[in-house]
Design a protein. Structure first.
Lengths: 407, 65
């Protein structure tokens, strides 16, 4: 990757701030207009292929010749530095860093927990949870209310706690550690948050091993014991992944979705008139914000030709799911928030064998929250101009730090 | 006639197919795709084609016989 003329490369310091809170960074547009796949220079000084095109992005993510193993030399890292990498290499890998048969062996035992049918059975309980937090909002003495604290965070936190069998009384602890880990805070802060969360989860899995309950981890432990292979370290990695991935992402989508709908009243009116449209609206909001951009990085393990570009073995590739979801070749007039466009082919949850395990849980939570919130509080409005809201420009996962609302 | 094929070894259990055309696709308790019919009627076949484009692991295919 050293044979390019450096002057031709675009420098990207990832994550790139979104200048307009409702659009990808301007640099993304420029890169996509040049070509669906470009070489860029990362802040670390290394180079990587930047995939902007929707078709090309899907082609990379489904191709087994690209590795997800961040521990490999040459992997395009932009959120991790040498010390964090050292730590990463000393821990058992998370599912999202595995390839091929190893990944399949880790993922297969869990996918039965997230089937469409099993999740549908959780719907009434999630509805109760959403109603409960909205009851509390309506009972509050003071307005405005911060929707992030009142609804966006507690709903997915409580849902994932119940699913995993984690005491909800601990949610403040893991919420704050997770938030810290995905922010561009100091390395020391992130490492400390990581270590504390890891220790908490290790202890939790140990407790489940001795006192099983009716939850995902207890079922995994029972299954492993039956097969005679209790893998404590593997369970800790799984728990770490599900607990951290399970609430921060959905919480941010709830907040962003509410802002988008309140600032596009014509679109909001479509779903309040017919909640049958809400699933479509959720897909469009997932596309529009694509909050986990750049998480889908890969390393070529063989020479691969994609989109007219020769990617050599050992080169890094970053698929920008945000740029792909704003590719006019896949989404006509992508800057338009149009809940009726039919956006299900977005790759906000990724694509290929690593596509988000909890995607259908997230979809259901978002559908229930948007339907219930605007039905129960039809006069809901922002208590500050949308442009002044504290968007998470310093985080790997896009979202809002606070969302003052009133009614 | 249209015939749907599902490769259970490739399936990653994302459930996209079930959400798109539940008359054709289901998931077993293990999350892996199960075909309810491999010869859908015309209306279901159109939906099944959409499901095939959404499958993240390219586990589904369609044959025109």
């Amino acid at each position: 990757m050293t044979n390019s003329v450096a002057g031709e490369l675009t420098d990207l310091e990832l994550p790139v701030e979104r200048g307009c809170p409702f659009a990808p960074p301007a640099a993304y547009e420029r890169l996509r207009e040049q070509a669906p796949i470009n070489k860029i220079r990362l802040a670390s000084g290394g180079e990587a292929w930047w995939v902007s095109g929707h078709e090309e992005g899907r082609a990379v993510l489904v191709d087994p010749r690209f590795s997800s193993d961040k521990r490999k030399d040459g992997f395009p890292l932009f959120t991790l530095d040498a010390a964090t990498l050292q730590q990463l290499r000393s821990q058992p890998p998370l599912m999202l860093g595995m390839d091929g048969a190893e990944h399949s062996a880790a993922r297969r035992p869990v996918i039965g927990e997230f089937t469409v049918k099993r999740l549908a059975a959780l719907r009434p309980r999630i509805q109760d949870i959403v109603d409960h937090f909205i009851d509390d909002m309506l009972a509050a003495d003071q307005r405005p209310v911060d929707l992030v604290q009142a609804l966006s965070l507690p709903v997915p936190s409580l849902v994932i706690c119940e699913l995993l069998g984690v005491p909800y009384t601990d949610h403040d602890f893991f919420q704050s550690r997770t938030t810290m880990m995905v922010r561009r805070t100091s390395l020391q802060d992130r490492q400390q948050a990581f270590a504390e969360l890891r220790a908490y989860i290790d202890d939790l899995v140990t407790r489940k091993e001795s006192e099983p309950g009716d939850d995902l981890f207890s079922r995994q432990i029972a299954r492993q014991r039956q097969e005679g292979t209790l893998d404590h370290a593997g369970l800790v990695s799984l728990a770490f992944l599900l607990l951290t991935a399970g609430h921060e992402t959905t919480a941010n989508m709830i907040s962003l979705g509410v802002v988008a709908l309140l600032t596009h009243p014509d679109q909001l009116a479509l779903i309040t008139a017919d909640p049958g449209r809400t699933p479509m609206a959720v897909e469009e909001l997932l596309r529009y914000f694509t909050i986990a951009d750049g998480v889908t990085s890969r390393l070529a393990t063989e020479d691969v030709q994609i989109g007219g570009v020769n990617i050599k073995a050992g080169q890094g590739v970053i698929v920008s799911t945000l740029s792909a979801n704003w590719d006019p070749a896949a989404f006509n007039d992508p800057a338009e928030l149009d809940i009726e466009r039919g956006a299900r082919h977005h790759i906000a949850f990724g694509f290929g064998p690593h596509q988000c395990l909890g995607q259908n849980l997230a979809r259901m939570e978002l559908q229930i929250v948007f339907d219930t919130l605007f039905r129960r509080i039809p006069t809901l409005r922002l208590a500050a101009p949308a442009a002044d809201l504290p968007f998470k420009n310093d985080a790997v996962i896009y979202g809002l730090h606070e969302l003052p609302v009133t009614w | 006639m249209t015939r749907i094929k599902a490769d259970s070894a490739l399936c990653v259990g994302s459930g996209q197919c079930v959400l798109t055309e539940p008359a054709v696709f289901d998931q077993g308790d293990d999350g892996i795709v199960v075909l309810l019919t491999d010869h859908p009627d015309d209306q279901s076949a159109a939906q099944a084609r959409h499901a095939i484009t959404l499958c993240p692991s390219r586990a589904l295919s369609i044959l025109e016989e």
